[in-house]
Write a protein that binds this ligand. Structure first.
Ligand SMILES: Nc1ncnc2c1ncn2[C@@H]1O[C@H](COP(=O)(O)OP(=O)(O)OP(=O)(O)O)[C@@H](O)[C@H]1O
Ligand SMILES: Nc1ncnc2c1ncn2[C@@H]1O[C@H](COP(=O)(O)OP(=O)(O)OP(=O)(O)O)[C@@H](O)[C@H]1O
Ligand SMILES: [Mg+2]
Ligand SMILES: [Mg+2]
Lengths: 256, 256
């Protein structure tokens, strides 16, 4: 049965998509069967995994609005063991259509149920928001991984995110827990990164991965070639970091 | 009559809040009367202008839900000529409450109407989304300033943003236009910044400001002290850039 992992943080630009794409690829490279679900109308995870807009025929919008079976929306990426359910800008209208009533939060959970036996991991890339789509992701997930940029504004929003996760756990999905916090865009040259990192480790202890993702330009170049970092530049610091994160993630799995 | 300017881009982490805070401060330093409206539940603009959470008694949520007169929600910052209407995490619920029907998009426009004679500029910091709150900002605004991070993913979403602005202009606010595109977090050391910058200037021509905001760590340190860059470190490259942006913005004003 697949483990469903939401990559979430309503602070924008903290590395959610970069983590979803590259962790998923590293897990696939360790022979795990992985599905990435793009739940952001920007469609960055779809682009970064080499699925251009014209190829996004059936998308997560169609699945959520019951216009297609989820199997029909699965796109095979160029990475072995890695599939994708793409997103388009339609998702903005889909979220408005779903609304925010009590029965709008289980749609994704119900939709992915038939797929749970076919994968080892289902990874959901969330938009920078705590709206209906992200709540759907949290209800559908077993765990949440929180990418945290080593910046002050990113730290400020963390409490609100933790509270939202707790209330989803209390009211909608009692299985939900935090898988871990991964520090991203760490810059050795700048003091702020170290201050934020120490702060987070004090508050969250072991929940914070030992692996820290450094700021590495190759990570931001890779998406323009539609490739995850492991295919774009396996020798980069970014690739090393996501391979290490995947190894640490799997080690924790076996310990749990 | 105040000019109302939305700082918008649904891509996360591109420098919306940093631009709202520091452009507003630079305009206030040129003796313009300026109001910043924080329309993001993260409340980063409120924090960055020195309004801590306990001081956010009446907020933009109260204004939008008609729980208070807008005059009561105005907070005086430590910068002369600069006031703020703060935001809290309540805004997540406010957005859900407002919903997305035809009559939900004019609430902010109506609320700020009585203030337009008291300020030269009203600057709205938007959340990384194209949902109801950002649509309210676009309906209430005369112009939109688009901060654009010099990264591939940021470029990818630009079309969708432009389309949204055009449909708001067509259906809800015929005065709306793009004020300009400002390139942010430009890093001379990395090729990608220059590629993105050339791409954007080819597509948008004069709409792109000559002023480019460089990546500068002092800009990301300032908010942890609750100060705009002009108060935190007037001699930094970040302060220079926002002073230059303000000057270029005002020059364009007089030319229009
Ligand atoms: N470790 C890193 N080093 C350098 N650049 C990075 C790194 N991680 C991400 N980036 C770049 O920073 C930008 C933001 O990252 P990304 O888009 O993954 O964040 P996000 O949280 O998914 O953003 P959004 O909130 O818009 O969904 C992107 O342009 C990405 O390529
Ligand atoms: N020119 C710059 N140089 C260095 N850091 C910057 C610069 N501009 C912004 N930052 C930092 O980058 C992060 C993202 O910027 P900011 O929060 O202003 O973006 P945003 O678009 O408002 O994000 P969100 O989408 O979450 O609202 C912040 O931590 C900020 O301090
Ligand atoms: Mg993303
Ligand atoms: Mg912001």
């Amino acid at each position: 049965r697949a483990k469903v992992l939401a990559i979430a943080n309503h602070k924008g630009g903290v590395g959610k998509t970069t983590t979803a794409i590259n962790l998923a690829t590293a897990l696939a490279a360790s022979n795990k069967k992985v599905l990435v679900i793009d739940l952001d109308s920007q469609g960055n995870a779809s682009t970064g995994l080499g699925c251009p807009t014209p190829k996004r025929v059936e998308t997560i919008s169609d699945v959520l609005l019951n216009r297609t079976y989820i199997q029909n929306a699965i796109y095979s990426t160029e990475v072995d063991n890695l599939s994708l359910i793409p997103a388009t800008t339609d998702l903005v209208n889909t979220e408005a259509e779903i609304g925010s009533g009590a029965d709008s939060y289980h749609l994704l959970q119900e939709a992915i149920y038939p797929l749970r036996s076919r994968y080892d991991y289902i990874i959901i890339d969330c938009a920078p928001s705590l709206g209906t789509l992200t709540l759907n992701a949290l209800v559908a997930s077993d765990r949440v991984m929180i990418p945290l940029q080593c910046e002050f504004f990113a730290l400020e929003g963390l409490n609100h995110l933790i509270q939202t996760i707790s209330s989803v756990k209390r009211e909608l999905n009692s299985d939900l827990d935090i898988e871990g916090v991964v520090l991203t865009m760490y810059d050795r040259r700048n003091n702020l990164s170290e201050l934020v990192s120490q702060d987070v480790r004090t508050c969250f202890g072991d929940k914070v991965y030992q692996t820290v993702i450094p700021r590495n330009v190759r990570l931001s170049e890779a998406p323009s070639h539609g490739k995850p970092i492991l295919l774009y530049d396996i020798h980069s610091a970014g690739a090393d970091a996501y391979l290490a994160l995947s190894a640490e993630f799997l080690t924790r799995e076996t310990l749990q």
